[in-house]
Design a protein around this ligand. Structure first.
Ligand code: ITT
Length: 178
């Protein structure tokens, strides 16, 4: 059993589809440290969660990096989704960025089961487009990869190419070796 500390059901759905062991969601509101590094944020979250819960846990910190906006919203993606919303991020990119409006998604999975924290990262490149699709979550409707937005893909299809899919694959390989 793997314990995933997150408030985001979409992330849990993707982890369940990917990891070889059952995944249980744990609700614990760890401190998101102020940092430009997703790895630092995830590692600190995993350590704090492990200390609070007392069992091995993993967390996932992700962000959308828009090239023409200097990497914004990056590590602040959750705050920007809450305050501006995805539709306005698209409008900002539409007004400010030249075609093809390149962007990438990055995710870092951090696992803590004791003194050390292991981190696994993944990224995917794409472009920002006007919202399309009903699936996925967060910024998925405005992120296009090879002709489809992530919201137009099934969880399996998204995992096969996504930042989180890649990070989870590395985590899964590491678990299998352990
Ligand atoms: P946690 O409880 O796990 O922290 P969260 O949704 O706050 O959940 P993050 O801080 O990692 O997670 O999220 C960064 C933002 O990026 C947030 O607005 C997410 O909705 C969005 N996001 C993360 N992964 C995404 C994905 O695969 N597709 C689309 N949007 C994503």
């Amino acid at each position: 059993m793997l314990r995933f500390v997150t408030g985001n059901e979409g992330k849990v759905r993707e982890a369940r589809e990917y990891l070889p062991e059952p995944v249980e969601r744990v609700d614990y509101d760890y401190t998101e440290v102020q940092s430009d590094s997703l790895t630092e944020i995830a590692a600190a979250g995993a350590r704090e969660s492990y200390e609070a819960i007392g069992d091995p846990v993993f967390v996932d910190d992700a962000g959308l990096f828009v090239e023409g906006l200097g990497g914004f919203p990056g590590p602040y993606s959750a705050y920007v989704e809450e305050t501006l919303g995805v539709e306005r991020v698209w409008r900002l990119a539409e007004g400010e960025c030249d075609e093809p409006r390149r962007a990438s998604f990055r995710a870092v999975v951090a696992f803590c089961a004791g003194a050390d924290v292991e981190t696994f990262d993944g990224s995917v490149r794409g472009r920002l487009v006007a919202p399309r699709g009903e699936g996925g979550f967060g910024y998925d409707p405005i992120f296009e990869h090879t002709g489809r937005t992530l919201a137009e893909m099934s969880t399996k299809e998204k995992n096969a190419i996504s930042h989180r899919g890649r990070a989870l694959a590395a985590f899964g390989d590491w678990l299998a070796e352990r």
